[in-house]
Write a protein that binds this ligand. Structure first.
Ligand code: URA
Ligand code: CA
Length: 431
């Protein structure tokens, strides 16, 4: 097989066989195919697409390009949840202990943040002592003993995707639905999940900008997952505004604790209930999503989910006292609010721009190598459609640098739109 012929085949609208896809992925992983040829192929795929069968074959070829986790020693059906990335998406911090408290094993690999999107692993690292790198042995033992473990991705997981993603990033070929679907699903499959619950984000703060494309991506990933024997379901949720009220690492840990205590932001809780119900159902812990939702509610009101969060933190070396004393989390030196001068409504919140402001405060990375400040970020005083009362904060900035604080206090006013007229709450869950 020659890469030249394969590029021409896709350029002319052809369909690859499984052998051809296996050849491309294994050769590229071993550096036998130069980036310029792979770039040309990616662009041909971008324009001519792939059939669902090609996409499934590409997914499996990438999944097997490196380590594939064997979680068969963990009792029960392991269901993973994945979000396609958004701003202030705090769901994993809530869902992992919540679902584990209901009896479904959670063996999760999560990522770090990049750009305007945060990462669960960074958020967990704001808990003093928390270890996010466990050996495979510890990972499996923790799940068997505590029902939960969340770790960073092992370094040799889907190397083909790592290389391809970096190349797509610089060749304007990221936003191709078959390439996104195979990239995401390959990682989930390599990390050993029996079942997969997907949260495809759509809107200004997400990859997918329109609902139709997001549904297409969601349906394609469901088809791939199910076709390779992983029970998969997907939802499409709103990422025009940030999820929840907190944007920033330790701020989001506090937000998760609030939700686990039965308070917290309703949109965050609603997304967690929908995703959690599917996780419990696929795991076979609940017979349907109605029963699952009752179980989730009970775990919240009884305090079992919060106890599981403490157990999870302790099991990975973290200081579980943070749950009752949030002052043990990293604290920003400067905290200042933009307050309402009269009763008003939040008319709009621009997720992408607010995520970028939080990043520039230090909460996120502009390149993979950047270090981050776990204590900084933005707390919103309300979501679109909420009332903020006179004197209450519309938003609060947490910073460790006076200049950045002043800058952010000004900047957020461009991206948090207020009005004195009634504003309807936007739809949160589209599918
Ligand atoms: N997230 C991924 O992991 N891969 C993509 O291609 C896009 C989003
Ligand atoms: Ca949040």
């Amino acid at each position: 097989m020659r890469m030249y012929d394969l590029i021409m085949k896709k350029r002319d609208g052809g369909t690859f066989t499984k052998d051809e896809i296996d050849f491309i992925i294994s050769s590229y992983t071993k550096d036998y195919i130069p980036d310029y040829q792979m770039s040309a192929l990616l662009m041909a795929i971008y324009f001519n697409g792939m059939t669902n069968e090609e996409t499934a074959n590409l997914t499996m070829a990438m999944a097997h390009s490196g380590d594939v986790l064997d979680l068969s020693e963990i009792k029960g059906i392991k269901v993973d949840k994945h979000s396609t990335g958004g701003v202030a998406d705090t769901t994993t911090l809530v869902l992992a202990p919540l679902v584990a408290a209901c009896g479904a094993p959670v063996a999760k690999m999560s990522g770090r943040g990049l750009g305007h999107t945060g990462g669960t692993i960074d958020k967990l690292e704001s808990i003093p002592g928390m270890r996010v790198e466990l050996s495979e042995r510890e990972f499996i033992d923790n799940v068997n003993k505590h029902g939960i473990a969340v770790v960073g991705q092992s370094s040799n997981l889907t190397p083909a995707d790592k290389k391809l993603y970096a190349l797509r990033d610089v060749t304007a070929t990221v936003d191709s639905i078959p390439l996104i679907a195979s990239s995401i699903m390959s990682k989930k499959i390599a990390s050993g999940a029996d079942g997969i619950v997907l949260d495809v984000k759509v809107g200004r703060g997400a990859f997918m900008k329109d609902i139709e494309s997001a549904k297409k991506l969601a349906n394609l990933m469901v088809e791939i997952g199910n076709s390779v024997g992983r029970k998969t379901v997907a939802h499409v949720t709103n990422m025009d505004e940030p999820l929840g009220l907190a944007i920033g690492n330790s701020l989001e840990v506090v937000e998760a604790i609030d939700v686990l205590k039965g308070n917290g932001s309703k949109d965050l809780l609603d997304v967690c209930m929908v995703l959690g119900a599917d996780m419990l159902t696929i795991a076979g812990v609940a017979k349907d999503t109605d029963e699952a939702k009752e179980m989730l509610k009970e775990a919240l009101t009884s305090g079992k989910a919060l106890d599981k969060f403490k157990e999870f933190i302790s099991a990975q070396g973290g200081d579980a006292r943070i749950v009752d004393d949030i002052s043990l989390l990293p604290q920003a030196k400067f905290v200042e609010s933009w307050c309402a001068e009269e009763d008003l409504y939040i008319k709009d919140l621009y997720a992408l721009d607010l995520g970028l402001i939080a990043m520039k405060l230090g909460a996120g990375r502009s390149t993979k190598e950047d270090s981050i400040d776990l204590s900084v970020g933005i707390m919103l005083g309300g979501k679109i459609g909420d009332i903020v009362r006179k004197g209450d904060p519309i938003a609060t900035i947490y910073a460790n640098d006076r200049d950045k604080l002043e800058w952010a206090l000004n900047e957020i006013k461009k991206f948090i739109i207020i009005t004195d007229e009634y504003v309807e709450r936007p739809q949160l869950i589209y599918m």
